[in-house]
Design a protein around this ligand. Structure first.
Ligand code: ARG
Length: 399
């Protein structure tokens, strides 16, 4: 039996590699997809071969991740339950697609992943895999099937004489360009403040520099293209912002999240670039869009975000909504100015060639004014439905 394993190099997938060989007698091909998980990538290939993989692939998918997954999330202002920038949720369908591609190329009998039965990731992986794999390639989830705990995994690796991966920490970390997610350990207690050692991308805001960081972010058609006038590709732009903004203590998230599998979980994230870019993008949309576009788009954004979170990257509605979101973003071009200071972000200015904002029109002292008659007419018609109804129902006493 030939199995292609989505391999992160961490504790769970290392144990699976061993399990697949010992229990299933499988020939294992490991696939690691680089979506910007800097720390975690070190020594992964070597570990895979040490644990007995017959072949290993490391695929650099950072550019594809940024352009095909993150850019749409920026255009959709994707913050699940108003807080989580979807890092893991966006990376899973991409990783699954790469694994499927290799499984087909290698003529594998099965693909394996390291998800448990309590998380969202099993849903995300498997739905994308099912969409792309022929039916005779099986999907196996050994951690879920054998209900492996982290403790058992460590014991198993030791029993066969292997080192426990050094990436194994007090927390369960999932990292990519867009978000660093921290779960487990003391963080599972929703009342406890996350300890400082949970964070790696952001400085403790109280220890951040005393001078604010001023930035100008340029957008073209809803996608960020420059920082302070310097053009850069999206991968570099995100990496740069993570560093600059994280250094000023901005980008931490602590919230209670409703998982797709019916559980609530306490989630801690670091996402300096994601939060900055979404805040700036939302601001620029307000500068450009009509109020009707803006209000309708918020609904579309929320539905798109919920679909992506819940593993339904494969849902046609996600694709329809993305076309709408792209279309609205055609004119979201311009620049947003902001300041980051000790863990807070403030937008301080914006401009766009496509804005209907007119300083001359809004000026309270001079220039164009609606006449008294025009204003009266507007107010009468604007309130007609409401006033006629409230009077007809005799409800004026409730005002
Ligand atoms: N709750 C997030 C999600 O479902 C992040 C999960 C990341 N996993 C981890 N082991 N930290 O997308």
């Amino acid at each position: 039996m030939k199995v292609v394993l989505a391999y992160s190099g961490g504790l769970d997938t290392s144990t699976i590699l061993l399990l697949l060989r010992k229990m299933y007698n499988a020939e294992v091909i490991t696939v690691t997809v680089d979506v910007g998980q800097e720390e975690e990538l070190e020594g992964v290939e070597e570990r895979a071969y040490k644990l007995g993989a017959v072949k290993h692939y490391t695929i650099d998918a950072k550019k594809e991740f940024a352009e095909k997954y993150i850019a749409p999330a920026i255009k959709a202002n994707g913050l699940y339950e108003d807080a989580y920038p979807l890092g893991t949720a966006l990376a899973r369908p991409l990783i699954a697609a790469k694994v499927a591609e290799i499984a087909i190329k290698e003529g594998a009998d099965a693909v394996a992943h390291g998800c448990t039965s309590k998380g969202n990731d099993q849903v995300r992986f498997e739905l994308t895999l099912k969409a792309l794999l022929p039916e005779d390639i099986e999907i196996i989830a050994p951690v879920r099937k054998h209900m492996l705990t982290r403790k058992q995994s460590i014991e198993l690796l030791r029993k066969y004489g292997y080192d426990v991966p050094s990436t194994h920490s007090k927390y369960s970390i999932d990292e990519n360009l867009w978000t660093r997610s921290i779960e487990g350990g003391v963080i599972d207690d929703p009342a406890a403040e996350p300890p400082e050692d949970a964070f790696a991308w952001t400085v403790d805001p109280s220890k951040a520099p005393d001078t604010p960081l001023s930035l100008e972010i340029g957008f073209e058609k809803g996608v960020p293209v420059s920082i302070n006038g310097e053009k850069m590709d999206l991968v570099k732009l995100i990496e740069t912002l993570n560093r600059l903004v994280g250094f000023h203590g901005y980008g931490r998230i602590d919230h209670i999240e409703n998982r797709v599998v019916g559980l609530k979980s306490r989630e801690v994230y670091e996402a300096p670039a994601a939060l900055t870019l979404i805040a700036a993008h939302r601001d620029l949309e307000k500068m450009v869009l009509t109020p009707r576009e803006l209000r309708f788009k918020r609904l579309a954004d929320t539905v798109w975000t919920d679909l992506v979170y819940s593993g339904l990257w494969v849902e046609p509605l996600r694709i329809h909504l993305q076309k709408f979101i792209d279309s609205v973003n055609e004119y979201v071009t311009g620049t947003v100015k902001l300041k980051v200071y000790k863990g807070s972000l403030t937008i301080t200015g914006r401009w766009s060639p496509y804005s209907s904002y007119s300083k001359e029109v809004i000026d309270y002292n001079e220039g164009w004014y609606p006449s008294d008659e025009e204003a009266r007419g507007f107010i009468t018609l604007h309130g007609l439905h409401s006033l006629a109804s409230i009077k007809a129902r005799g409800l004026s006493n409730l005002l």
